[in-house]
Design a protein around this ligand. Structure first.
Ligand SMILES: [Zn+2]
Length: 88
């Protein structure tokens, strides 16, 4: 019987799963707000794009769900407000 330690993989093992979630057209994805627990399509978010980054707020509670910024040519995502994300 393999131990939990022996069964552990590294992040490369989920390359396919991550590709399915993040390479999909995500505006139809359903996101559950980590602040209030309500779920809705990403397309319904309130978007504030006039600052140095882009902020998505959940329409019901206006909690910050996602933040994106471009730093030295890389897109940096802060998803701490995402309780669950379901790709279409
Ligand atoms: Zn919320």
């Amino acid at each position: 019987m393999a131990t939990t330690e022996e069964m552990r993989l590294d992040g490369n093992a989920v390359a396919g799963l991550l590709g399915e979630v993040f390479a999909a057209e995500m505006t139809a994805a359903v996101v559950r707000c980590a602040h209030c627990g309500t779920a809705g399509a990403v397309a319904t978010a309130q978007v504030y794009a006039h600052g140095p980054g882009v902020v998505l707020r959940f329409p019901g509670c206006t909690g910050v769900v996602m933040r994106f910024a471009r730093v030295r040519g890389h897109v940096v995502a802060d998803l701490h407000g995402v309780g669950m994300l379901s790709a279409p």
